[in-house]
Design a protein around this ligand. Structure first.
Ligand code: HEC
Length: 92
C-alpha cells in the first residue's frame, strides 16, 4: 500500500511538471524531459560551431539518436526551433 501511494505521488508530480511546461515553447519541455542539459549547459550551444539552421537540426537529431530518446521527427524539429529561438537565432 505504501508503494502504491508513492507511485501515485510520483505520477502527480510528473503531471504537474508537464503542466508547468504547457506555457513554454513545446521544444523547451522536450529539451527538459530528454535531459539534454545533463551534457549541455547554455554555454555549450555555440552558434559559431553550429552555424546554420539545417546543421542545428542535424545535431539535435544526432544527440537524440545517440541517447535513444525515441523522439519523432517533429519533436526533434521542436527542440531545434526552441534552441534556435533561445541560443542560435539562425534564419530558417
Ligand atoms: C551524453 C552527453 C550529451 C547529451 C545528454 C546530449 N548531447 Fe548534444 N552534444 C554532445 C556532444 C559531445 C556534442 C558535440 C558533438 C558535435 O558537435 O558534433 C553535442 C552537440 C550538440 C549540439 C551542437 C552544439 C553546438 O555547439 O552548436 C546540439 C544543438 C545538441 N548537441 C543538442 C542536444 C539535444 C537537443 C540533446 C537532448 C535531446 C542533447 N544534445 C543531449 C553530447 C550530448
Amino acid at each position: 500500500m505504501k508503494k502504491l501511494t508513492l507511485a501515485l505521488a510520483g505520477t502527480t508530480l510528473l503531471l504537474t511538471s508537464q503542466f508547468a511546461f504547457a506555457e513554454m515553447h513545446p521544444g523547451a519541455a522536450l529539451h527538459e524531459s530528454a535531459n539534454c542539459m545533463s551534457c549541455h549547459t547554455a554555454k555549450a550551444y555555440n552558434p559559431k560551431i553550429t552555424d546554420t539552421y539545417p546543421k542545428l537540426v542535424k545535431k539535435v537529431q544526432f544527440c537524440s539518436d545517440n541517447l535513444q530518446t525515441g523522439m519523432f521527427e517533429d519533436e526533434v524539429l521542436q527542440i531545434a526551433d526552441y534552441l534556435n529561438e533561445t541560443y542560435y537565432h539562425h534564419p530558417k
